[in-house]
Design a protein. Structure first.
Length: 216
């Protein structure tokens, strides 16, 4: 009896468990903005390796006057955009049956002069915006929060094969750090496909119970 219950439950768990995620990280050059070495409190306007600058932007290593403890989400530096944008075209294209998840930390500096203004983060396929975060986060001074963009590329998408890209924009030294883009298979809900196995498990348990009852 216990063995039959164990087998039945094992089948059910296997049938109803979601498939294991197989996310792969897409390479983003200078994703943590550490390519420029700066001393505490120093900045380099117009110098953000691997990113194309439009307007005014640069790399900044905050000191304790700009962020508590001079901290950033990752490493020493963050990037600032001051009335312009940063764009990077990635070495991969939009692929069918793939879920793209872009995360990026948005920072609000603690000094009163340069607190992050409205920002815009965009995931691109060619020249088209496929996902965006238009200033959705309310960030307390001296902290940061993570923005998350998700796009499912499905068969028939007219942008399949277009080069993926990232663009970040802002005013008044809007600051960002730690850019991550993951690509994982689009996985449909497993429950409908599992129903035959679910029914089989119930049938097996019912048959085992009937057989024991008959034997008694």
């Amino acid at each position: 009896m216990k063995l039959n219950k164990f087998l039945g439950m094992s089948i059910l768990i296997t049938a109803l468990s979601p498939l294991e995620s197989m996310a792969a990280q897409v390479f983003v050059g200078n994703a943590g903005f550490e390519a420029v070495v700066l001393s505490d409190g120093a900045w380099a306007t117009g110098n953000v390796p691997d990113w194309t600058i439009l307007g005014v932007a640069g790399t900044f290593n905050p000191d304790s006057g700009s962020m508590p403890g001079g901290s950033t989400p990752e490493g020493n530096n963050m990037v600032f955009v001051h009335g312009g944008s940063l764009t990077q075209t990635l070495g991969t294209t939009l692929t069918a049956n793939t879920t793209y998840t872009l995360t990026m930390d948005v920072i609000k500096r603690s000094d009163t002069i340069y607190q992050s203004a409205p920002y815009l983060i965009e995931l691109l396929a060619g020249n088209d915006v496929i996902a965006q975060d238009n200033n959705s986060l309310a960030i307390p001074s001296g902290t940061w929060q993570t923005s998350t963009l998700i796009y499912d590329a499905l068969p028939g998408d007219l942008l399949l094969g277009s080069a993926l890209g990232i663009r970040i924009s802002g005013d008044a030294q809007t600051s960002f750090d730690r850019v991550v883009l993951d690509a994982s298979p689009v996985i449909p809900t497993p429950v409908p496909a599992a129903l035959p196995l679910f029914a089989s498990a119930l049938g097996w348990m019912g048959f085992a119970g009937w057989k024991r009852k008959k034997a008694a």
